[in-house]
Design a protein around this ligand. Structure first.
Ligand SMILES: [Zn+2]
Length: 219
């Protein structure tokens, strides 16, 4: 099994859900840049320079790519060194970022350990899923849109009432799909395709079917 799994997909493709499943099944470390930034924010002993950059980001100034790389790379290396495999989803949104990650993997001798799995989905299905999915405000569980899930009101993991996220409104979703949809994704996928690291799974299928195919690619 490869040790570095990168899940790619448009919003609503289910890459977050698949990442959670893989973490449960194989004990992978799920690297989330959002979580790393929140942890830095909450850590009173965090690096002073890092915290200053974060404060600027929070003040609405430019996103500090260097800080995000530093946090992500440190966390990835820590987990790999501890013998854990790592899984990334949503961390790479530009070819430039993809190259930075590749340079990093190469610098720690891990280039051969990378597998990129695209969960493919049309922009149209992406839109439908995003405007109708529900999330748990307590544990972060995401209940994807499907005809049978539309009736469910409680989180299956912690019983909290599920909500529709406030940023899941039609205009915001249109904007997200423009920024993170298939047009934006293609150059990154092409980059990985040329390196021979890219595999694709049909994300239009239900979660369990996608899960089985992802696991097959990994084994
Ligand atoms: Zn929950």
């Amino acid at each position: 099994m490869k040790r570095i799994i990168i899940l790619m997909g448009v919003p609503g493709s289910g890459k977050g859900t698949q990442a959670r499943k893989l973490v449960q099944k194989f004990d992978f470390a799920h690297i989330s840049t959002g979580d790393l930034l929140r942890a830095l924010d909450a850590d009173p002993n965090g690096d002073k320079d890092d915290k200053a950059k974060l404060a600027e980001m929070k003040a609405g100034k430019l996103v500090s790519d260097d800080l995000i790389y530093k946090l992500a790379f440190t966390e990835i290396k820590k987990n790999l060194d501890a013998g854990k495999n790592v899984i990334l989803d949503g961390a790479i949104r530009t070819v430039e970022q993809a190259k930075k990650y590749e340079d990093f993997f190469s610098s720690i001798g891990m280039s051969e350990e990378v597998i990129v799995i695209e969960i493919s989905l049309s922009d149209e299905t992406s839109y439908n899923r995003l405007t109708k999915r529900k999330v748990c405000p307590t544990c972060g569980f995401i209940l994807p849109y499907s005809p049978e899930n539309e009736m469910k009101t409680d989180c299956p993991e912690c019983s909290e009432k599920l909500i529709i996220r406030s940023d899941d409104n039609p205009e915001t979703i249109q904007k997200r799909i423009k920024e993170q949809g298939n047009v934006a994704l293609q150059p990154i996928l092409e980059y990985y395709r040329e390196k021979g690291e890219l595999f694709s799974v049909d994300g239009e299928r239900d979660i369990e079917t996608v899960d089985v195919k992802v696991v097959k690619l990994l084994s």
